[in-house]
Design a protein around this ligand. Sequence first.
Ligand SMILES: C=C(O[C@@H]1C=C(C(=O)O)C=C[C@H]1O)C(=O)O
Length: 360
Amino acid sequence: MNKPATALYRLPYTDSPILIAQLQGEPQILTSLQELNGRKGFVIAPFRLTSSTPAVLIRPDLIAKGWDQIHEVLQCHPELKPGIISCGNESVESSEPILKKAYEEAFGRFITPLRQGQFRKLVLSRSATYPLPRDFSVMDAFIRACKEYPRMMISLHSTPFTGTWMGSTPEIILSGNGRQWHTVALAGTVPLIEGEENVTWSEKNRKEQALVTEYIREVISRFGTQSEEQGPYTARAGRLLHLKTDFKFQIDNPENIGNLLEALHPTPAVCGLPKQEAYDFITANEGYDRSYYAGVIGWTDPDGDTNLFVNLRCMQLTPHSAVLYAGGGLLPSSDPELEWNETLHKMATIKNTLTPNPRK
Ligand SMILES: C=C(O[C@@H]1C=C(C(=O)O)C=C[C@H]1O)C(=O)O
């Protein structure tokens, strides 16, 4: 029998994780984000829906809140324990020079149409595979991520359809309840150096983020009333800084947030502009499958709180390896070396949780 579908997550600025588990049957497969209208559960949706990467909804047969309750539940239901413990020793590590060469080639495919004016922005991403350290415990990694990244949403989810993923994302796609909703335009990245959060943002970073703001403003104007905008301001995410604009808005019918989600996802923070063309271009030219990276994860409840995030700074776990994912927004002025370094910095967010003594 398959292991039950589970999701363990910790919201930003809280210290109380939540465990959701479906005890009977398989999670529901969704054919679009719109199908979330009126539905409750933990969502795992890919960047692009395919038959091998469906969107799924974990039905909350069991909900445990806080470590005490979670430990109690795991004692009664050991089958819900996140199961990956490393078997070590497989040689799975991707070679960095090979990865960099593939990235530079993809960069070349992306930058040409950007410079020809076919796109205003394109997000280029990549993956890298690392062996899991001997005795790796995913639960320990989750706890380390919770401690290390108090401002991020930490998640660890596993279903027979989607596999096991862990991540620390800084990006809300949609949160709220009743009529009050919140989303963000998050883009532009620099490393945090000696804790200094007061940085001057380059023209490229400001432009990149402004394009996301413009897009989200337009989507909200179609769905919401009374939108309030705050930003852009500098927001810390682990050892990185981003530019962020908050949108607070009202919607009349929270039953239909699936429609809004379908319109928002994927935003130009992970895709590009114009949206559909960028989406098709990325699918055809990025050179790998993003799978659940840059998709949507989180809790949705038409009668309570909804907290949905973009699945970033994440990895897929197998018994031997972790596949890490990261990307960044390209504009016509982008430089390949800087963009490659940005993917290294972003990957380090989740890579640092693999071992007990990460790089400081
Ligand atoms: C694409 C990622 O992050 C997104 C892209 C950013 C950028 O291009 O600067 C910044 C934050 C996120 O919206 C990622 O983490 O992989």
